[in-house]
Design a protein around this ligand. Structure first.
Ligand code: SAM
Length: 291
């Protein structure tokens, strides 16, 4: 089978977001899609059947993609598309692929030339972010932190200096250790905990990492959480960075002078390289040169 197969080109994969705790969040389009699909592909049939039954939807085939392992799945997905014109992909809650399975199905469907149609809807990620009050642009979605300390370090490392809102999912019993880790790694930044979104006890705690940590230490966390951190550099961070750049630029100039480079030239090169003010660098290195 390949992307030129005409039968497959007419097949369609709808990627459907489902409620994350409030059934009123279903859209008319979601219900129409689930009703018209030949197959509803889900994580757990018992879980998804509850949702479907609530809306009086009785699909011809409700199939779990968990019953096939990763390797076997690719061939199985091909066979599925050969036998069904319209497949609706759902996860247990929210948007498939957002810390949920589904990526392999979409990838395979694209390879097969199947039409991909997102049916947008609930996701804790965007609900938490827009309610947080933190900047939405740019944001970085990091999903669940790894459990091991060493892996956590490698996971956060590339984003530790990224000036964006970081969005993280975490289970309640790991929330305390994750907040402690974030505080340790990123410093005491503004942060928000979004709890039980779209549900009866939806809460936003807008504070700092240290205060949120104290809060969860005092009140055992329960329910579902999105953690958001304002990772934009503070005024102190910027000042520290500027100091470090000036120190490096000065060292560069002094070493160039030692090698016989003319003062003006050494300053011009270092100012450009370290992004510091040329006149200031000249004056500071002049002082050090001629005390
Ligand atoms: N695919 C889902 C989505 O689009 O948000 C996420 C699935 S992931 C397995 C489950 C995690 O999402 C939870 O541990 C929690 O961090 C977050 N989450 C899901 N529902 C939530 C809710 N109602 N309130 C807060 N966080 C939620």
């Amino acid at each position: 089978m390949n992307g030129d197969d005409l039968t497959l080109q007419r097949a369609k994969l709808s990627i459907c977001s489902t409620p994350i705790g409030n059934l009123s969040d279903v859209s008319q389009r979601l219900l129409d899609t689930l009703r018209s699909a030949d197959v509803v592909l889900c994580e757990d049939t018992r879980h998804t059947r509850k949702l479907l039954t609530h809306f009086d939807i009785h699909p011809l085939r409700l199939v779990s993609y968990h019953q096939h392992n990763e390797k076997a799945r690719q061939g199985w997905i091909g066979e599925l598309f050969a036998s069904a014109k319209h497949i609706a992909l759902v996860s247990d809650a929210g948007t498939p692929m957002v810390s949920d399975p589904g990526a392999l199905i979409v990838e395979t469907a694209i390879q097969l030339g199947v039409d991909i149609v997102p049916v947008p809807g609930p996701s804790a990620l965007l609900a938490g972010l827009v309610g947080s009050g933190l900047p939405v642009t740019p944001f970085v979605y990091l999903g669940f932190p790894p459990r091991q300390q060493k892996e956590r370090q490698a996971w956060i490392e590339p984003f530790a200096k990224v000036p964006a809102t970081l969005v993280i999912y975490e289970a309640p019993h790991r929330l305390t250790s994750t907040l402690a880790f974030l505080l340790d790694t990123l410093g005491d930044r503004a942060a928000v905990l979004a709890r039980e979104l779209t549900k009866r006890y939806e809460t936003f705690l807008r504070s700092t990492l240290s205060a949120l940590l104290r809060d969860v230490e005092a009140n055992s966390p329960r329910g579902e959480y999105v953690v958001m951190v304002d990772n934009r550099p503070s005024a102190d961070d910027l000042e520290e960075d500027a100091d470090m750049s000036m120190t490096s630029a000065m060292e560069h100039v002094m070493s160039a002078l030692g090698s016989g480079v003319r003062h003006k030239e050494a300053v011009a090169e270092a100012a450009q390289r370290f992004g510091v003010n040329r006149r200031e660098l000249y004056n500071m290195t002049l002082k050090r040169r001629d005390p």
